[in-house]
Design a protein around this ligand. Structure first.
Ligand code: ADP
Ligand code: MG
Length: 270
């Protein structure tokens, strides 16, 4: 049985798709059979990967009953990484795509037949806390919240945490917070640093593997490749995603072993 991980944030342009793609690749590189599912009507993953996105069939076709999931999954040059693209979507059809995704049980029914072939399924969502994000959370085991280190980000994080809690108490008791991953961090800039301090001091679940603001990441997405696939020297930020994957796997394994949160008694050092 695979673990389903939703990558989410209330705001757009914060790095969700970038995290979903690079985390998926890092998990695959450490041996996990990984599927990235593009739930964004704007086609985040396809858009960032290929000009060919327009030619890929995907979720749209599966939801319309015109294809099986297994037929539209795109294999990548990383043997353990596959992508379930959004598919061709006329902009005027976006509302019906949203309706189809958020139909109760639809996502679950769609993923189940292919899931045995994967250890990790990453769901990339559109920005905001609308129907698709809600449906993804309602079908997931884990929520990975992306935090862009900038003023006012705390407020939107509180909103998404509240929705995750609500879904867990309602339709999806299996849902847990996997962690909050800071992105576009620039500790040399006052505004970025102060938002990180607020995050570290006010919230639990902040992951250590913060992703810095990086020209290489922006360049890679322009070229439609993960950052570690750019030519030349491997940029240091590529390793952050390996660290993120390790940290996330640690949380998942601790939870599945039933360790839960470590509690300790006070001790004396001397
Ligand atoms: P979202 O999915 O939240 O809308 P994206 O992942 O598509 O956000 O990122 C939005 C833009 O920011 C893209 O152009 C991407 O290349 C760029 N970007 C994402 N993460 C970083 C980063 N850590 N440093 C610099 N640019 C980034
Ligand atoms: Mg996106």
């Amino acid at each position: 049985m695979s673990e389903r991980i939703v990558v989410t944030s209330p705001k757009g342009g914060v790095g969700k798709t970038t995290v979903a793609l690079h985390l998926g690749l890092a998990l695959a590189e450490r041996g996990m059979r990984t599927l990235i599912v593009d739930l964004d009507p704007q086609g985040g993953i396809g858009l960032s990967l290929a000009k060919r996105d327009g030619e890929w069939r995907g979720l749209v076709d599966v939801l319309a009953g015109e294809a099986q999931c297994a037929e539209v999954v795109v294999r990548t040059n990383e043997p353990r990484l596959a992508i379930l693209p959004r598919g061709r979507l006329d902009p005027i059809e976006v509302p019906s795509f949203e309706d189809a995704v958020r139909t109760r049980g639809a996502l679950d029914a769609l993923l189940r037949p292919i899931e045995d072939a994967f250890d990790r399924v990453i769901l990339d969502t559109p920005s905001g806390l609308g129907g698709i994000t809600r449906a993804a959370l309602g079908a997931a085991d884990w929520a990975l919240v992306v935090f862009k280190a900038e003023p006012l980000a705390m407020r939107s994080i509180q909103q998404v945490l509240r929705v995750i809690e609500h879904v867990r108490e309602g339709e999806r008791p299996e849902l847990s917070l996997l962690g909050i991953v800071p992105t576009m961090v620039e500790l040399s800039k006052e505004h970025s640093q102060s938002s990180m301090v607020a995050l570290w001091t006010e919230l639990e679940g902040v992951l250590d593997a913060a992703i810095p603001r990086s020209d290489a990441l922006a360049r890679a997405s322009q070229l439609g490749v993960p950052v570690s696939y750019l030519g030349g020297r491997l940029p240091p930020e590529a390793r952050r995603f390996a660290q993120l994957a390790d940290e996330i796997e640690g949380v998942i394994h601790a939870s599945r072993r039933g360790d839960g949160i470590e509690t300790r008694e006070q001790r004396a050092l001397v």
